[in-house]
Design a binder for this molecule. Structure first.
Ligand code: GUN
Length: 297
């Protein structure tokens, strides 16, 4: 068997065309483009690459971005004040705080300062809670992108065994919740999992976001499995996935490459969430509560 390589770039490009149409509709309806505030603290090289890609993608579809870059010496209260100011600014629809923050920052407090109605990363506890009950407004972008790729390929996950390798708040945990919501039987493996291959070999769908290059060898993949790889925590100079690509390719039925698989979808789903936020603010989405902002935590 040779796996079909899922072209995340092509799926992302099609989704971005749809984003452009939605932005045009918003301009007609509300007279303004959606806005995204991008906050970065410090000079983490990987974060700088991610943020640059996000800003470029915004420009590409007509979302304007306010770039708020701070040195690592900035205080947490300055950052939280700025985040709250963005929350009050009607021209800003999405607020993104690029992670990681410097170690001295209290992550929960910073994320809690984001207006949950503008939490386009889906990291605020309000949206995390929504995800747990299967009804979040802003699904976190990387797992959301994986779900969109599965949908695009017509892969039905209901009743399948899904194994997620990596239990981060950004990817692994929300991924598991989204798959559970779609009726998969989900196992989550992490750094302390013993006999990782015993789990991964059970997977019809294997999602790897562990940040260890070549963690998964071909012998750890069930023949015919669908394998999705997110390149978390890898050195940005040379983007690599968590897999023995050629070995797994000979074993799986679908495989996402790194780069060009899940990565472009992550950025694209951020655009989708930002546009959705603007549509909600204008009351263009059924069920949106534009006049009732969620409480800040
Ligand atoms: N750092 C790594 N991935 C992400 C992400 O999806 N969003 C934010 N804000 N920071 C990240």
């Amino acid at each position: 068997m040779v796996a079909k390589i899922i072209d995340g770039k092509a799926v992302a490009a099609a989704e971005r065309e749809d984003c452009k149409r939605r932005v045009a509709r918003l301009r007609q309806a509300g007279g303004r483009s959606p806005g995204l505030a991008v906050i970065m603290v410090g000079d983490n090289a990987a974060s700088a690459v991610y943020v640059r890609n996000k800003i470029r993608a915004c420009q590409d579809v007509g979302i304007w971005s306010e770039q708020l870059f701070y040195p690592a010496t900035v205080t947490q209260s300055e950052i939280c004040d700025k985040i709250r100011e963005c929350g009050r600014d009607p021209s800003i629809d999405g607020i993104l705080v690029q992670l990681p923050l410097p170690p001295s920052f209290d992550l929960e407090e910073v994320l809690g300062a984001i207006d949950a109605e503008k939490d386009v990363d889906g990291f605020h506890l309000y949206n995390v809670g929504g995800l747990v009950i299967g009804n979040t407004v802003f699904p976190p972008c990387t797992p959301y992108g994986v779900m969109r790729l599965l949908e695009h390929e017509g892969i039905e996950v209901s009743g399948r065994n899904a194994v997620v390798v990596g239990a981060s708040n950004i990817v692994g945990k929300p991924m598991a919740l989204m798959l559970m919501q779609r009726e998969a039987t989900v196992s989550v493996c992490h750094a302390k999992t013993r006999d990782l291959g015993e789990f991964t070999r059970l997977a019809d769908l294997l999602v790897v976001a562990a940040g260890h290059p070549s963690l998964i060898s071909a012998s750890m993949v069930k023949p015919g499995a669908w394998s999705m790889w997110a390149s978390t925590g890898c050195p940005m100079a040379r983007l690599v996935g968590d897999c023995d690509f050629e070995g797994v390719r000979a074993q799986a039925s679908y495989l996402t490459p790194v780069p060009g698989g899940v990565g472009p979808m992550t950025v694209t789903m951020l655009l989708v969430n930002t546009i959705k936020s603007a549509e909600r603010a204008l009351g263009l989405v059924p069920g949106a509560k534009a006049a009732e902002p969620m409480p800040a935590l």
